[in-house]
Design a protein around this ligand. Structure first.
Ligand SMILES: *[C@@H]1O[C@H](CO)[C@@H](O)[C@H](O)[C@H]1NC(C)=O
Ligand SMILES: *[C@@H]1O[C@H](CO)[C@@H](O)[C@H](O)[C@H]1NC(C)=O
Ligand SMILES: *[C@@H]1O[C@H](CO)[C@@H](O)[C@H](O)[C@H]1NC(C)=O
Length: 272
């Protein structure tokens, strides 16, 4: 609790400091200055920096972040991060364990900094919902493993990220994946072995996290409808980072996800 308050204060201070340094702190839309509408913007010295994040987003640059160099800063490519080595019976779904929704208050002026791959990024929360991240964000879809320093950037653009412990119940994982994939294009799915045995499933959006023991389609669909697309930067532009991407996301309603979970009816989500 105290930690949260401290983080919040620091965040507000950071946001204030930024306001004085920057004449223009709102979002550029649809594209920032010097930024092209392309998934592979080749950088030059002019467009690696922007006034908003420090380092411009989506610029592939080998001296900063090209999605290939220095990846060990975020992840050591360790198989344990996506493989179950424990007894799955510790991770069984329990109908008596209720889902927990938590909200992190993010000041409207807060603008998440970008850091190049020469600097590490740490988070205070086990499941961060906002914060500093890498300039290149992830291509939407399902991953064998995707580091949080990438998916945090997708959250900023309105994505919903599904996390599951590698030892979580396989039926629950399949059910949750199916719902998320049919609800919206802007999603990322990755295992995350820092989730607890009691709630080994989670959905994250900018400022919100839902931790679950068991999938309730109603709860999942409600979370997505309420909290998806709430990131401060409204763009459906796809990411550039696709290491270990297993399956690209499909467009569900349209590129902007105007209708979230369109197949969900009163009778429940249509599975096939
Ligand atoms: C990391 O690299 C960026 C871009 O090359 C540079 O601006 C920054 O100062 C470097 N940071 C450190 C700590 O060396
Ligand atoms: C990978 O798993 C180890 C062991 O549980 C953990 O300490 C580490 O934080 C995990 N790394 C990532 C990137 O999740
Ligand atoms: C897993 O744990 C359960 C319950 O504690 C036990 O019955 C089962 O034998 C264990 N399985 C393995 C492979 O250790």
């Amino acid at each position: 609790m105290l930690k949260n308050i401290v983080v919040l204060c620091m965040t507000i201070l950071a946001a204030k400091a930024q306001r004085y340094n920057e004449p223009w702190h709102k979002k550029w839309f649809p594209h920032g200055p010097g930024e092209q509408d392309s998934n592979q913007v080749i950088s030059d010295t002019k467009n690696l920096y922007d006034a908003h994040h420090g380092i411009a987003m989506g610029v592939v640059d080998s001296s900063c972040d090209d999605g290939k160099i220095n990846l060990h800063m975020d992840w050591f490519n360790n198989i344990e991060n996506y493989t179950c080595f424990e007894n799955r019976s510790y991770y069984l779904p329990q109908s008596t364990v209720h889902p927990i929704l938590s909200v992190e208050q993010i000041p409207e002026e807060y603008s998440a900094p970008h850091k190049c791959m020469n600097e590490s990024i740490e988070y205070n929360e086990i499941i961060p919902t906002f914060g500093t991240h890498r300039p290149l964000w992830a291509v939407y879809g399902e991953y064998t493993f995707l580091p949080k320093q990438r998916w945090l950037h997708n959250l900023e653009h309105g994505a919903v990220v599904m996390l599951y412990h590698p030892c979580a119940n396989l039926n629950e994982i399949v059910m949750l994946k199916r719902i998320v994939k049919k609800c919206l294009y802007r999603h990322v799915i990755t295992p995350y072995n820092l989730l607890s045995p009691i709630r080994p499933l989670a959905l994250v959006s900018w400022g919100h996290r839902l931790e679950m023991s068991k999938v309730s389609p109603e709860v999942v669909v409600n979370f997505i409808r309420k909290h998806a697309l709430n990131g401060p930067e409204k763009t459906h532009r796809n990411g550039q980072y696709d290491l270990m991407l297993k399956e690209q996301a499909q467009v569900i309603s349209d590129m902007d996800d105007h209708t979230l979970c369109p197949k969900h009816t009163e009778k429940g989500i249509e599975m096939r």
